[in-house]
Design a protein around this ligand. Structure first.
Ligand SMILES: CC(C)(COP(=O)(O)OP(=O)(O)OC[C@H]1O[C@@H](n2cnc3c(N)ncnc32)[C@H](O)[C@@H]1OP(=O)(O)O)[C@@H](O)C(=O)NCCC(=O)NCCS
Length: 275
C-alpha cells in the first residue's frame, strides 16, 4: 500500500473545495488520479495497522473521494432500457472477480481478484479483499473495509462513512461471517473470524455482552473468533424498563476455525453453487 500516490495537492484543493467545479481541469485531473489509485487498490481509505491493531484512516483518500463529487460532471449512461445520471462511473477493474448481473461496484472501490459479487452494491472508497463473497442484496458502504475470505450474507448492510472528517469506516476483518440482513454501521468493527448471526445490529455504541461471564466487552466490536447474535438488554427509563438492542457473544471458537453453520461459503465455492 503506497499512500504517497495521493499528491499534497488534494489537501490544498480540499481547503478551497467550495470554489471548485468540473471546469477546473487541473483539480479534476488530480482528483481523478487520486481516486483511481484507490480504485486500483494502491491507496485505501483505511486499514488495520498490524503493529498497533488500530484502524488508521487516510484522510487524504477520503478527501479525494469527496472532491470527486465536486469536480466530476454529471454524465448520462444507459444499459438497455435502464438510464442513469451520475458523477461517478462504475469500476472497470474487475479482473479475476466473479460478477453477476445486477452487481454494482462504483469507480473508487477496490474489489480484489478471487471475490464474488452477487447482485449487490459496493460503494466508492470501499475495499473488498480476496476470496470474499458479497451475497445477494448485500451493500458495502462507502469507505468500508472488508477483509479476506469474508462472507457478507444476503442483504447484509455494511454502512458507509466518508464524513465527518476523522470518522472511522466499518472494518470487517479476515475470515468473518456476517449473517443475513445484519447491519454493521458507522465505525463498528467485526474482528477476525467473528460470526454475526442473522439480523444482528452493530453500531459503534452497541453494548457487547459475553453470555458466559456477563462481562461487558468493548462496545461496537464483535470479538475475534466468536459467535454473536443480536439480543436485548434491559434499561430503565422514566417511563419504565425497556429492552435496548445489544450484541450477545454466545460462544468462542478456536482461533482459525469457522463456526459449523458458517462454512457455507466454502461449500458454495467448492461446488460452484450460487447462493
Ligand atoms: C448465529 C448462528 C451462527 C448461531 O448458530 P448456533 O451456534 O448453532 O446456535 P443455535 O442456532 O443453536 O442458537 C443458539 C441460541 O441462539 C439463538 N439464536 C440463533 N441465531 C440467532 C439470531 N440470529 N438472532 C437471535 N438469536 C439467535 C437461538 O434461538 C438459540 O437459542 P435457544 O438455545 O434458546 O434455542 C446462527 O443462528 C446464524 O444466525 N447463522 C447465520 C445464518 C445466515 O445468515 N446465513 C446466511 C445464508 S446466505
Amino acid at each position: 500500500m503506497n499512500d504517497s500516490v495521493l499528491p499534497d495537492l488534494i489537501d490544498e484543493l480540499w481547503e478551497r473545495r467550495a470554489e471548485l467545479s468540473p471546469a477546473d481541469t487541473t483539480a479534476r485531473s488530480a482528483v481523478v488520479a487520486a481516486v483511481d489509485a484507490v480504485d486500483a487498490g494502491q491507496a485505501r481509505v483505511a486499514y488495520v495497522d498490524p503493529a498497533t491493531d488500530e484502524v488508521v484512516v487516510n484522510e487524504r483518500a477520503k478527501r479525494a473521494i469527496l472532491l470527486a463529487f465536486r469536480v466530476l460532471p454529471m454524465a448520462r449512461s444507459q444499459v438497455g432500457d435502464f438510464r442513469y445520471e451520475d458523477r461517478v462511473p462504475l469500476t472497470t477493474r474487475l479482473d479475476g472477480v466473479r460478477v453477476l448481473p445486477g452487481a454494482i461496484a462504483r469507480w473508487g472501490s477496490y474489489v480484489a481478484p478471487g471475490t464474488v459479487l452477487m447482485p449487490s452494491f459496493v460503494n466508492i472508497g470501499a475495499y473488498v479483499d480476496e476470496g470474499t463473497m458479497v451475497d445477494t442484496w448485500a451493500t458495502v458502504g462507502s469507505a468500508a473495509q472488508i477483509g479476506k475470505n469474508v462472507h457478507l450474507s444476503g442483504g447484509a448492510g455494511i454502512g458507509g462513512v466518508l464524513e465527518p472528517p476523522n470518522a472511522v469506516p466499518v472494518v470487517v476483518e479476515d475470515e468473518a461471517f456476517v449473517g443475513s440482513r445484519c447491519m454493521v454501521v458507522g465505525g463498528a468493527r467485526v474482528r477476525r473470524g467473528a460470526t454475526l448471526g442473522a439480523g444482528a445490529i452493530l453500531t459503534p455504541t452497541t453494548h457487547v455482552i459475553d453470555v458466559e461471564t456477563g462481562d461487558e466487552l468493548p462496545r461496537g466490536e464483535a470479538p475475534a473468533w466468536s459467535v454473536c447474535v443480536g439480543g436485548t438488554r434491559p434499561r430503565r427509563f422514566p417511563g419504565g424498563e425497556f429492552g435496548l438492542p445489544c450484541l450477545l457473544v454466545l460462544k468462542r471458537l478456536p482461533e482459525g476455525s469457522r463456526h459449523d453453520k458458517a462454512t457455507l461459503n466454502a461449500i458454495l465455492r467448492d461446488h460452484g453453487v450460487d447462493a
